[in-house]
Design a protein around this ligand. Sequence first.
Ligand code: AHM
Ligand code: MG
Length: 335
Amino acid sequence: MSSPVSLTQYLILKQREKGLIPGELRLLIEVVTRACKRISIAVSKGALGGVLGDNGTENIQGESQRKLDVIANETLLEANEWGGHLAAMASEEMDHSYTIPNRYPKGEFLLLFDPLDGSSNIDANISVGTIFSVLHLPEGATEPREEDFLQAGVHQLAAGYAIYGPSSQLVLTVGDGVACFTLDREAGSWTLTEDQLRIPETTREYAINASNQRHWEPPVHRYIGELLAGADGPRGANFNMRWVASMVADVHRIMTRGGIFMYPRDARTPDRLGKLRLLYEANPMAFIVEQAGGAATNGHQRIMEIEPQALHERVAVFLGSKEEVERVTSYHRDA
Ligand code: AHM
Ligand code: MG
């Protein structure tokens, strides 16, 4: 049996053999994923670590923060601020971007993250995760500004998520397919357990919060109505539904066995384009899903081609198995 491949080896091979990632980007990914190991440990301690429950604060989006949201955010900031590879960071949990303090050397990359996605589930011991995305500082920029983060997803250099579930796993793309690593807790390393993940193009499984049905737009009603009609309806097949309400867990299931994930735009808040955040959630997940042969749209256009207007911008999300994403997108076009 060949010896297991660590994340470090995987990245060095990508750097050396394919010239895909510069050394500084490799170091950046190593630091981010090392922080994810720490978050994994904190999450796994649960009640024994005193990390459950509310933090008593709210983020800029008016959502109450869990203690673990704050711990995960601090862990990522501390791990990444001093290494010299970053110009600035932006987080779902912080009002503004975070420029690397002057006491540390600065680099050319921008890091964006949702430190603990699905954190409303944490007290129920349901899988949560960290989502991250890496961009290059725009050409000519010296002092990073908030606008520098407003780049379409097609400019991402790397994206990944760590899922803290029965095992902790890291799913990563540097634009050359998608690899999955599992945390070997004894060795303390992310170990490659699957390379070149592919999402099946067809699926009979979907994920949506159906309690919002009365607020959906007509194309979503039409699409879900057809799925619910099953073998007796126009699709002539039965579909199964799953909703964890933790995007990393729902997307990870799709990466594993296919499916379509939807968080459509919602009439409850017409001024908002959706619930999920473009820069911290939708773009990195869209990059991963596309690299695995899937598709990701907001119902009208490819998510990765949207030009962001604000750091905490929200977006409608349809992603996963290509055929279903294309179908629901075509229903939006028809409407
Ligand atoms: P969070 O980043 O604050 O955890 O919010 C995002 C989460 C996603 O993980 C999940 O898909 C969605 O919110 C669930 O929303 P709902 O509770 O409306 O079903
Ligand atoms: Mg989130």
